[in-house]
Ligand binder design. Structure first.
Ligand SMILES: [Zn+2]
Length: 865
């Protein structure tokens, strides 16, 4: 604290003389006076260096994000080479800057350059590569906020490009447009920077056990909701990624470089990755060209006698990563991974210094810019060929498109169309009802995605199920099939299917606001199948209204005729049974729900319905209690899982989430909460709290377990002491050659695949879902023997369960027939177990509904008699 006050008081001029954390006492290799910037180049003295704004030389501390932003804005003011814009604001309100860096002459015709460049990717355009076209090189920094040499090197690169003088830089800027993004994840980076500032001292400490080098929960890698943003290029559910993807398509860069850090005990990695682990829709030519791009980085690292590696560990399979998404768009996605230092650190490869790491990332950035200039014509021509080739691929493909629908849930369809549109994929309305593969698709709720479009490869990547692989090792998930994640009815289309009057107009994603309901005399109802129905119900509960849900299908009379509502239909009574509000206030609230939550609300004028045995006062309507959700967080908890719960409730459903550190649970009064969320992670430390949690459930609480949290609740609360019949162990001892270890072990991993189960849609935890087959995301082998209670298995894993992605036949056989979701009453309370992850990456809009049901309908079912 004292330190920061001093910096601001002394002003920027003195800041450069501060020598905090300088490596006076570390080894010669690091403290050698390697010039940071390129020593053969003159730099314009009118452009300030980063240290004059951030308060310390690069590498002495992690730069504060607000000062980094300030620095980049200042130099953009001072040079005609740079323009700056705010591409997006994060959840925490930090700007993500996009710098456009090129010669002043190019800036003067930037829109013309952009239009001609983007036209190269349009198969219907006649644009060809010409000599005037600059190469577009895109540099990403800091998608992982804890990977700080990436973030801080952005300032060195921007400084260099702003201040370097001479023929080489002039030529480079004439032949390139450089898009520099700083930084992708300023929220996570700010957590990391605060930690570094808190623990940094005047004397550097390189001991790896030092608190500075041991990161806090949840660390700085992730964004505000603890999501890994480097998985969001495909999923785009956060403001930052929405900004990047829009910018990416605005420019369609030829080289896209993503800067990272990896574990401390490593060297330096860069793409190309493991060759057998490339997504099938990425052309071989892309990898060949990428290898040439890498040569620039290789020769620089050789000249510096620096250890590095390529072609192993990392890959280009999951296309939602910043270095793989570009390969789906004719761009050389390049990944750099620098061993992390977080200050000064002893490692088996010698002492790492933060300054040196920043310098390495900065210098390889220059090499990527150089590669762009040297390969300019080749890469632009590749971009052109890539798009022309798509015509041929479309011709050869028997599949001419896909059709999908979400009957009764326009918002879920909206979110899918929104993702598709952000990837520049065209979506058409269905003109007339059709039946494909015995599935009926109605024109009012179905959409077409045709193969014949510029983004053909992306269409295939999002809709195709893949279950055969050249290599069974995956750096990330092996499946992300969109219609499965959204639980759509869907089918692929042959040319016969789209003949005649089938393909309607092109549409764009528009949130499905509904008009206000008619004024009711007696009650309102709406369907639970709407994605935002839980948000609406929470609004009602929060306002003091008393909504109920239907345990049977019901037909209601409305001014527009009879309407059928499936199980889970929400009833909002009026009059004294409606709660604290006046009837007119309830009407107003339901009008807001129709407009903002996209829900069609029905007005009802009598308590008697056309359904036999299902009048509005029927005992088959159950009151809903307002959920008050406690989420355990902190050490041992998987931050991704916890963040997904937080995001789902807070950002989407507008519900408060009460977070509490797991280590302090003993001091907590659980009776204040209705639901306890225990997500993935290691929970051995909860053994001492079994009685506390069990007692709370027995007296009425609901324990919701996800992944390892479900396993813990299963073993320690729900079926504690019962003889779970252990799988017979196969006692035959095997022996393998050690060199096969990686491959054989990879077989046993489910790195993220989509499995099919049979969902009991008549169970309250299955309400709102139209069909029994359900796809869910699985990345563990956790699943349960079916419980004795025959009504408790909400989802049973199918016999041939693999829908998309990789899982070995052995693992599929182990999982087949088991329970993946269990719901049981336990004393006065309930325990609901999700062995899969229903909220995975904010992408599984289908299974989100089951998770929401565990909050609203957790007392809606009875025990076995
Ligand atoms: Zn990273």
């Amino acid at each position: 604290m004292q330190l920061l006050i001093r910096i601001s008081r002394l002003g920027l001029a003195l800041a450069t003389t501060l020598t905090l954390l300088v490596a006076q006492n570390v080894t010669a290799q690091v403290s050698r006076d390697t010039p940071f910037y390129v020593d053969s180049i003159n730099y314009d003295p009118n452009i300030p260096r980063p240290e004059t704004v951030i308060g310390h030389p690069l590498g002495h501390r992690i730069a504060r994000n607000d000062l980094l932003v300030q620095y980049l804005r200042i130099i953009a003011e001072l040079t005609p080479r740079i323009t700056v814009e705010t591409m997006a604001y994060t959840h925490e309100g930090r700007p993500i800057l996009a710098l456009t860096i090129t010669s002043p002459e190019n800036h003067a015709r930037i829109d013309t350059i952009k239009a001609a460049h983007v036209a190269l990717s349009d198969p219907t355009s006649r644009q060809e590569v010409d000599n005037d076209m600059p190469i577009i090189t895109w540099l990403n920094y800091g998608v992982h906020g804890a990977e700080v040499s990436s973030t801080d090197s952005s300032m060195a690169v921007a400084y260099h490009l702003a201040a370097a003088e001479g023929d080489e830089i002039e030529a480079t800027l004439q032949q390139s447009v450089i898009i520099l993004i700083a930084v992708f994840n300023p929220d996570g980076n700010s957590r990391m920077s605060a930690w570094n500032h808190m623990h940094g001292g005047y004397v550097p400490v390189s001991n790896p056990s030092h608190r500075l080098h041991n990161t806090f929960w949840p660390g700085g890698r992730t964004n505000h909701y603890w999501f890994d943003l480097n998985r969001q290029w495909l999923i785009i559910q956060h403001p930052g990624p929405r900004g990047w993807v829009a910018k990416f398509h605005e420019w369609k860069p030829n080289i896209t470089v993503d800067y990272h850090e990896m574990g401390q005990n490593s060297t330096y990695y860069f793409h190309p990755g493991a060759p057998n682990r490339t997504f099938p829709y990425i052309p071989d030519r892309s990898m060949e060209l990428l290898d040439q791009v890498s040569d620039r980085a290789r020769s620089w690292l050789d000249s510096e006698q620096r250890l590095y590696f390529n072609e192993e560990n990392y890959d280009n399979y999951y296309i939602g990563k910043g270095s793989t998404y570009p390969h789906m768009h004719a761009s050389m996605g390049m990944l750099f991974e620098q061993a992390s230092s977080e200050g000064f650190l002893d490692t088996p490869h010698g002492v790492l210094s933060f300054r040196d790491n920043i310098r390495t990332q900065y210098r390889t950035s220059l090499e990527m810019i150089r590669a762009g200039v040297e390969m300019r014509e080749e890469l632009l021509q590749y971009q052109r060929d890539f798009s022309s080739e798509s015509f041929q691929l479309i011709d050869e493909d028997a599949i001419k498109g896909y059709i999908f629908s979400a009957p009764g849930d326009k918002a879920r369809a909206y979110h899918a169309i929104d993702i598709l549109n952000r990837h520049q994929i065209q979506v058409n309305r269905l003109e007339q009802d059709i039946t494909v593969d015995n599935i009926e698709f109605t024109a009012d709720s179905s959409y077409l995605v045709l193969a014949d479009q510029a983004q053909y490869r992306m269409v295939k990547a999002l809709f195709e199920k893949i279950t055969n692989f050249e290599d069974n090792t995956f750096y990330d998930v092996s499946a992300w099939t969109l219609p499965l994640a959204f639980d759509f009815d869907y089918a692929s289309l042959g040319s016969r299917d789209i003949r005649g009057n089938v393909v309607g107009e092109i549409i764009t994603a528009k949130f499905p606001s509904e008009s206000a309901p008619a004024r009711a005399d007696f009650a309102y109802m709406f369907s639970w199948s709407n994605y935002y129905a839980p948000k609406a119900v929470y609004r009602l509960l929060n306002a003091g209204v008393r909504p109920k849900f239907a345990n049977k299908p019901v037909t209601i009379d409305t001014a527009n005729g009879p309407v059928d509502l499936d199980r889970g239909g929400i009833l909002v009574p009026l009059g004294w049974q409606g709660g604290d509000l006046m009837d007119s206030e309830i009407h107003d609230l339901l009008s807001v729900i129709a407009r903002e939550d996209g829900i069609e609300v029905h007005a009802i004028n009598s308590g008697h319905t056309p359904s036999i045995g299902m009048d509005l006062g029927s005992p088959n309507f159950t009151n809903i209690t307002k959920p008050k959700v406690l989420l355990l967080v902190g050490n041992g908890i998987t931050a991704y899982d916890a963040g997904e719960v937080w995001h789902q409730l807070d950002a989407r459903m507008n519900m408060p989430v009460h977070m509490y550190d797991k280590r302090q649970i003993a001091s907590l009064d659980l009776t204040e909460y209705t639901h306890l969320e225990l997500v993935g992670g290691s929970h051995a430390d909860l053994t001492t709290q079994i009685d506390q949690i069990n007692g709370w459930v027995r007296s009425g609480g609901t324990l919701v377990g996800i992944r390892q949290g479900a396993q813990w609740a299963h073993d320690n609360v729900l079926y504690r002491g019962s003889n779970s019949d252990e799988q017979e162990q196969d006692n035959e001892l095997e022996r393998f050659d050690y060199s096969n270890k990686d491959g054989i072990e990879a077989e046993s991993i489910i790195g993220g695949a989509i499995f099919e189960g049979d969902l009991d849609i008549t169970h309250p935890i299955g309400y709102g879902m139209a069909n029994r087959p359900i796809a869910s995301h699985r990345n563990t082998l956790i699943a349960f023997e079916r419980p004795e209670n025959p009504w408790a298995t909400v989802i049973q894993i199918s016999d041939n369960p693999l829908l998309s992605g990789f899982a070995s036949t052995e693992n599929q056989a182990v999982l087949a027939g088991k329970a993946s979701v269990i719901a049981e009453r336990h004393g006065q309370g309930s325990v609901i177990l999700f062995s899969d992850n229903p909220n995975f990456r904010a992408y599984f809009f289908g299974t989100n509904k089951l998770f929401m049901n565990s909050l609203f309908f957790s007392k809606g079912f009875d025990r076995s008699r």
